[in-house]
Every structure is written in structure tokens, then in C-alpha cells.
Design a protein around this ligand. Structure first.
Ligand code: ATP
Length: 601
């Protein structure tokens, strides 16, 4: 990423802090002027002392005045300088922290508006994203701070000092300028070599953060398979690769720092020799030696720090690239605002809820084709079931109907209109989802149920918990509804998701194995509650349980991403094939003959 691109991208975030920017620039100008005071005062001092020594007729009173005056000027300059620096630091810090907050908020806002396929990409795994956002914001805000505290003040100071050197003597000015191209050349070469190393470091850091996240997330499996050593070994390997790259990075820096130091000393010697020449030829006063060396120090200060500035800046550019790539990824934006039918459109008030998939193909970002030419019809107000072996594509079809992914080919219609024309937020507001794996947030049971309807009253929450057959168990918990939800069992967590659904009370219901981790009695209770809520709603259910499949008005059988049969339970069973195999093996697993004999007596 080039500097111009970076400025263009940052400007929308920075422009509302224009006043701080202008203030910082004014202070920078004042600071640059003040920095030249000391060399000029020193020149005057040396020349005056020389004069006193030459004339040998100055009174003690005159000497006291000169010394006192010098002390006053230098002291006053330091006070003003201190205030200027404080102002610069305050303004730049304020800008930095505000900017960090804005960038963070914006990146979160963008990220949550991306399609699920964005999160399915391997480079967007949780730890990697976290690192990219963190490092991106950190280095961008550091660059802004450096700009006002380091870069602009130092360069303003250097330019003014250089102008003064030229004004004093053109040859001295030329000497001071000569080292610049040499320095720039060395810095450019250094940056070229460091670029690749820095990219590697960024990737290793993201990888390391991600592996750590995964490790903590999978600690149960790690321990149960006694894989502690294997996991620490994986971490060690990554850390080793990262530290190798960092060592290489610093080694290259040391080498180039040495070269730059030689270039700077060359400049000092040249300025010194030229000034001495003019002093000996009596074309300059002796104070000029001190003046020129101090001015050259002002000129070379930014140059001396150039590598650090350059280093931090190049690092910022690398991270900024990753950060802006992530937050500007429009191809993954769900873009609810741009839809032809938005939440305020009257069509939504009278929608029926008929879904249709027409010749839908779907390929995941990793290249796995999950759906092939799928034709599916969910009749409004009826229950449709998807049946098939594991990996057949049932959940993928459901995710597409809920608008989480877009078909690779074919189209999906809702009430005869393309799903792509609807605001995905609106669709999901009208669809209640209970998935195989339901996420429980850190927080209380009440907070977790409330997620289904944020404005729900406590009574509504209790009613939803009752419908989900969870209320009694919650009351037995140490803090009732205020108990930490993560402490719940798998089945209880699933019922939290079901309670959310009841609270949301949506016209369309998608259920993916809603009773998968429940005991038989709870599963029956939930089935009854779901049966009650199902009436007159459009329902899509994925289940391996015979009872839930049989009740459906229409059943679709899926195999390897394709629909291979549809109809009622009776017609599909009579037709034989996969459906019959699934039902028969379900019955065998249940040992239905013996079960019937026991239950029916
Ligand atoms: N996020 C993903 N990225 C890549 N491939 C995926 C992803 N999710 C699912 N798949 C693949 O798509 C295929 C269909 O998966 P899907 O989850 O839709 O099957 P399913 O019929 O619901 O299976 P199950 O009954 O086990 O839940 C599988 O081969 C699976 O590996």
C-alpha cells in the first residue's frame, strides 16, 4: 500500500478531528522555530566571548549582563518549548485514542455485516482476524501519533535548520544536503529487504494467535487425548518460525543502521572541515563552528531516526493493508440497505412464506460443492422435512434459505420474488433458527434467552423457558435465571436455543436437529411444544428422528447434495430406496419389535 492510498483511506476517519490536526501543525511550526534558537544563541555566545577575550577591556558588570541574558533566553526558550511539546503530545494522543476507537467500532460494524462465507475463509479464522484488527489499529494510530510527535516536527525542524545553513554559507548547506541521497538510498534498500520479512512476521503472528485460540477452545479434546505435548510442540514450532523471522529482521536493521551511522559521521566531518576552512580564512567567526555543528545535528536528527520511522511506517503499511482489505471487503457485504425490498417495504406485511429453490448449486469458499441442482419447495404454513445421510447437504440448504450464503448457481425465491432482493436482516427477523450447535454467550441464563427478543419482560422469558421444558431445572440452579449459562449441560443449552425461538415467535421456523442432544422425555416435551408452535407456520425441519420426519407434510430426501426423492412418509417408504433404508435402520436401532412388545404388553 502506498502512502497516498493510506492517507486516502485514513482521511474519512481523521477529518472530523481537523481542529486537533491544525493545532498540532501550528505547534509544529513554533517548535521548529524554537529548535533553531539554541544554535543561534550559542553562536552569539561564542562570538561575544571571543570579542571579550580579544578586547580584554570588558567590565565584570557587562559580562554578568551577557551571561544573565543568555541564561534568560535559553530558559525562556525551554519553557515555551516544553509547552509546545506538551500541546503536541496532548493533541496527538487525543487524536490517536479517538481514532483507535473509531477504527475499532467501524471494523466491528463491517465485520458483522459480512456473509458467513467470509468467516469460512481460512485467512479469516477467529485468531487471525483478531490479530489483524488489533495490529492494524495499533500501527495505524501509532503512525498518526508519530506523524505529529516525530515525523512532521523533526522534518520541519530539519528543513528550517538546513535553510539557515544555506543562508549562512552555501557550501556548508551543500555539505549538509549531500548525505541525504546517500541516506535515502540506504533506507530504500533496507526497506526493500525488510518488506518480505515483515509480511512473514505478520502471517506468523496471526497464525500464532489463531493456534492459541484453537488450543484454548479445544482444551477438553486436547486433554482427553493427552495431546498436551503435541499441541505445545505445534505452538513451539510457530513461535520458533516467528522468532527466526524477527531475529532476521533485527539483524538486517543493525547492518543498515551501521551504514547510516557512517553516512551521518561523514556529514559531520564535511560540515566541520568546510566551516574550519572558512574560519581560518577569516570569512566566518569562530561561533560558526558551534552553530553549524548544532544546525547539522538538527538536520540529521530526522535522518538518524529515519530508519525507526521508516521501520514503524513500513510495518504500519503492511498491517494497514491487511486491516483495510478486511474492512473494505465489499464482495462479502450483506449490504442490507441496497436491497430493492427493504424492511419498510409493504410487501413484507402481507408475505405468505413460500420458499422455492430452483436448480441451486452451492460451492463453499474452500471449493467443496455441497448442493447440486437442488429444487425445493417449502409451502407456506406447512412443515417440510429434509432427510438424508450425514454430509448430504441438508444444513447447507437451510443456511442458503436463511440467506447466510448465496447460491453459486440457480435461484431462491420467497413468495415468488428472488431472495437476493430481500433485506437479509428482514428475512432473519422472520425466521427462527434452532441449529445443531447452538451458541451460548457468556452471561446469565436470562440474558441468553432474552437474545431472542431483547425487549422481553421477565414473564415472557419464564413463559419461553416453560415451553422449552427448562423452567423447572432453572429454578433448581444456585442463582436461578441469573446462573451463568455456560455452566448448563449440552441438552439444557439446546433448550435455551429453543426458548429463544419461542420468545422470538417468528412466522418461519427452521430446525436443524432441534432435539439432537436431549433425553427421550425432554425430547418428547420439546416435540409437543414445537408441534404447537408449528401450526400455520412455514417450517423446515432437518432430523434423524423418525417421529419428527413422519409428521411433515412434505419430505425431501437428499443424497450427496442432490434431491433424490420427495413426497409423504407413506409414498416415500413405499417407493423404497434411501428413505426406506433410513427408516428401517432407525427402527432397527430402536429395536422397535422388542420395544413395541414391552410398551404395548
Ligand atoms: N463451512 C463449510 N465449509 C466447507 N465445507 C462445508 C462447510 N460446511 C459443510 N461443508 C461440507 O458440505 C457438505 C454438506 O454439509 P452439510 O452440513 O450441509 O451436511 P448435512 O446433510 O447437514 O450433514 P449432517 O447431517 O451431518 O449435519 C459436507 O461435505 C461438508 O463437509
Amino acid at each position: 500500500m502506498s502512502t497516498v492510498t493510506l492517507i486516502k483511506k485514513l482521511w474519512p476517519f481523521v477529518q472530523k478531528y481537523r481542529q486537533s490536526l491544525i493545532g498540532a501543525f501550528i505547534l509544529t511550526g513554533v517548535g521548529a522555530l524554537l529548535a533553531q534558537v539554541t544554535p543561534l544563541v550559542m553562536e552569539y555566545t561564542v562570538n561575544t566571548v571571543q570579542e571579550i577575550l580579544d578586547k580584554k577591556n570588558q567590565t565584570q558588570e557587562q559580562i554578568a549582563w551577557i551571561v544573565g541574558g543568555l541564561v534568560m533566553v535559553l530558559f525562556a526558550k525551554e519553557i515555551v518549548n516544553l509547552l509546545v511539546q506538551l500541546g503536541q503530545k496532548f493533541l496527538s494522543d487525543r487524536l490517536r485514542f479517538r481514532l483507535a476507537a473509531d477504527l475499532h467500532n467501524y471494523s466491528i460494524k463491517r465485520m458483522v455485516s459480512y456473509h458467513l462465507s467470509f468467516f469460512a475463509l481460512s485467512q479469516n479464522q477467529i485468531g487471525k482476524l483478531e490479530k489483524r484488527i488489533d495490529k492494524g489499529i495499533e500501527s495505524l494510530t501509532k503512525t498518526v501519533k508519530n506523524l505529529f510527535v516525530d515525523i512532521v516536527p523533526m522534518f520541519a525542524n530539519a528543513l528550517l535548520a538546513l535553510a539557515l545553513m544555506y543562508k549562512k554559507n552555501i557550501w556548508v548547506g551543500v555539505c549538509a544536503t549531500l548525505i541525504m541521497p546517500l541516506y535515502a538510498l540506504i533506507s530504500r534498500e533496507q526497506s526493500k529487504r525488510q518488506k518480505l520479512i515483515r509480511r512473514n512476521i505478520q502471517q506468523f503472528r496471526e497464525e500464532k494467535a489463531n493456534t492459541l485460540f484453537n488450543l484454548i477452545e479445544s482444551i477438553f479434546v486436547v486433554k482427553s487425548f493427552v495431546r498436551e505435548e503435541y499441541e505445545t510442540g505445534r505452538q513451539w514450532k510457530l513461535t520458533q518460525q516467528l522468532s527466526d523471522s524477527e531475529v532476521k529482521h533485527h539483524r538486517t536493521n543493525y547492518l543498515f543502521d551501521g551504514l547510516k551511522s557512517i553516512a551521518e559521521q561523514l556529514g559531520v566531518v564535511m560540515v566541520f572541515v568546510v566551516t574550519i576552512y572558512f574560519v581560518l580564512n577569516q570569512q566566518m567567526t569562530i561561533g560558526a563552528i558551534l552553530l553549524h555543528l548544532m544546525l547539522f545535528n538538527n538536520v540529521s536528527a530526522p535522518v538518524r531516526h529515519l530508519h525507526r520511522i521508516y521501520d514503524e511506517y513500513s510495518e504500519a503499511l503492511t498491517y494497514a493493508e491487511g486491516f483495510f482489505d478486511m474492512i473494505e471487503n465489499n464482495s462479502y457485504l450483506e449490504n442490507s440497505q441496497s436491497k430493492t425490498i427493504n424492511p419498510r417495504h409493504p410487501v413484507h406485511k402481507s408475505f405468505a412464506g413460500t420458499f422455492e429453490m430452483k436448480a441451486v448449486d452451492f460451492v463453499y469458499p474452500n471449493g467443496k460443492q455441497a448442493l447440486k441442482g437442488v429444487n425445493l419447495h417449502l409451502e407456506a404454513g406447512k412443515t417440510t422435512a429434509l432427510v438424508g445421510l450425514s454430509g448430504a447437504g441438508k444444513s447447507s440448504a437451510m443456511n442458503l434459505l436463511a440467506g447466510f450464503y448465496s447460491p453459486t448457481r440457480g435461484e431462491i425465491l420467497l413468495d415468488g420474488k428472488p431472495l437476493t432482493g430481500y433485506d437479509p436482516h428482514w428475512i432473519r427477523r422472520n425466521v427462527g433458527l434452532v441449529m445443531q450447535k447452538n451458541h451460548i454467550f457468556s452471561g446469565t441464563i436470562e440474558e441468553n434467552i432474552r437474545y431472542g427478543k431483547l425487549e422481553a419482560t421477565p414473564d415472557e422469558i419464564v413463559a419461553a423457558a416453560k415451553q422449552a421444558s427448562l423452567h423447572e431445572q432453572i429454578l433448581q440452579m444456585p442463582n436461578g435465571y441469573q446462573t451463568e449459562a455456560k455452566a448448563l449441560s449440552g441438552g439444557q443449552q439446546q433448550r435455551i436455543a429453543i426458548a429463544r425461538l419461542f420468545l422470538k415467535n417468528p412466522p418461519i421456523i427452521f430446525l436443524d436437529e432441534p432435539t439432537a442432544s436431549l433425553d427421550a422425555i425432554t425430547a418428547e416435551q420439546i416435540k409437543d411444544s414445537i408441534d404447537a408452535i408449528k401450526k400455520n407456520r412455514t417450517v423446515l425441519i432437518i432430523s434423524h428422528s423418525i417421529s419428527q420426519i413422519m409428521d411433515a407434510d412434505q419430505i425431501y430426501v437428499m443424497q450427496e447434495g442432490e434431491i433424490i426423492g420427495k413426497g409423504s412418509h407413506e409414498t416415500l417408504y413405499a417407493a423404497g430406496g434411501l428413505y426406506r433404508e433410513i427408516i428401517d435402520s432407525n427402527a432397527r436401532t430402536l429395536n422397535i419389535g422388542r420395544l413395541a412388545a414391552t410398551v404395548l404388553g
